[in-house]
Write a protein that binds this ligand. Structure first.
Ligand code: ADP
Ligand code: GN1
Ligand code: MG
Length: 356
């Protein structure tokens, strides 16, 4: 057996270890023993430069959520993540080869969705992510450190793109010409939300920052959202980051790597359902300015994600997992198509946001 599996305090004897899930960052394994089920993850330390710092945040956030969920007489072992310590009582294991691993309880009888199929599921997703904001509203943000500095600092994502573009291979630049021009023509869109924050129009909160649809587990029986997972990027942020990234991944029926761009549309009824759920789930904590910023945040997060995919394509696929050479460019195209869809529907998005 791999030594990183035997490092943890698992109950029973190991009967299965298999790769699991579709995350773009960590390596995830399902582990079954004679007594229980677990998830083991190799923490991607190219992305998360300081896994010990990351696991300190993870511990603080999961302990905080567990206390609230327990007070509400709900089941903390299903509604948030549970760290399984190593045999020497650490929250992660550092292997001799320099890799870092953590183990958490597997939450059985759940599914994560890669694409949404109906507005009701997305309304409930909105409720869950909005509620996550409400749960963390009194969490002391100063306890958390940045696991990825400037993660949603869109102007610095733009600058990184420029730096990588300046050094990129000619052949890649040629293949991505249209997408590069798109970024350059939208330079202002990398700044607007950030400038609202620097003018103190939007408060800093504790946000999830990676609210992609497959980072929520639904109960397989009831199809109710049960648990928000992938807590690696919980850190101070704007509420619009969480709203925007969920819209990016869920307000369309298309996959993130759909190659037929005619299928990549922003579905207004999905957008409306998520907005309604998100605002309701946040239970009154959002300011009027935050609510008004939501369409802009959606546009900004989608644009930013497209910039990140394009940068990674130009840099040689060093960040996101890819299945084929053009994968990051294909992902870039879906994101920029969604930005165009947002632009096309801008007045409608503003109006429906204000109606909540
Ligand atoms: P990544 O950072 O690579 O996205 P995630 O933490 O999101 O990794 O995990 C990848 C996938 O594994 C998730 O989308 C989900 O399907 C599954 N998963 C992760 N944690 C659990 C868990 N505790 N119980 C059940 N499934 C899980
Ligand atoms: C990554 O880890 P995962 O697959 O949930 C990325 C997000 C991107 C997303 C795009 C830590 O999310 O920021 O929006 O891919 N996570 C990190 O699919 O970079
Ligand atoms: Mg994930």
């Amino acid at each position: 057996m791999e030594e990183y599996i035997s490092a943890f305090q698992f109950e029973g004897d190991i009967v299965e270890v298999s790769p699991y899930g579709n995350g773009h960052i960590n390596d995830t394994y399902y582990v079954a023993t004679t007594e229980n089920e677990y998830i083991v993850q190799r923490i991607n330390h190219y992305v998360f430069k300081d896994p010990a710092l990351l696991m300190r945040n993870y511990r603080l956030v999961t302990d905080y959520l567990k206390a609230i969920i327990t007070r509400q007489h709900k089941d903390p072992s299903r509604e948030t993540l549970t760290i399984i310590p190593t045999k020497d009582n650490q929250d992660f294991y550092q292997a001799p080869n320099g890799n870092y691993y953590r183990a958490i309880l597997f939450i059985p009888n759940t599914v994560s969705l890669e694409t949404i199929t109906n507005a009701q599921d997305f309304y409930k997703t909105g409720l869950a992510f909005g509620h996550f904001q409400a749960l963390l509203k009194d969490f002391d943000a100063s306890q958390l450190e940045e696991t990825i500095p400037h993660f949603h600092h869109t102007p610095s994502r733009y600058q990184t793109f420029l730096n990588v573009y300046a050094q990129a291979e000619k052949s890649k630049i040629a293949t991505a010409k249209k997408e590069i021009d798109f970024v350059l023509a939208h330079e202002e869109d990398a700044r607007t939300l950030y400038e609202m924050y620097t003018r103190h129009e939007l408060p800093l909160r504790v946000t999830h920052n990676d609210t992609k649809l497959n980072n929520i587990l639904f109960d397989k029986t009831s199809m109710e959202p049960l648990c928000i997972i992938d807590l690696d990027t919980v850190m101070p942020g704007l509420v619009g980051y969480d709203f925007g990234d969920a819209i990016r991944s869920g307000a369309t029926f298309a996959k993130e790597d759909e190659t037929d761009l005619t299928l990549v549309k922003l579905e207004l009824d999905l957008y409306e359902a998520f907005t309604r759920g998100f605002i309701e789930g946040a239970q009154g904590i959002l300011t009027a300015a935050e609510i008004a910023s939501l369409p802009l945040a959606a546009k900004t997060m989608i644009f930013e994600c497209g910039i990140r995919f394009l940068t990674d394509y130009l840099e040689g696929d060093v960040y996101f997992k890819t299945d084929y050479p053009l994968h990051n460019l294909v992902r870039t195209r879906t994101q920029f198509k969604l930005v165009e869809e947002i632009e096309k529907n801008w007045a409608k998005l503003q109006a429906l946001t204000q109606s909540h």
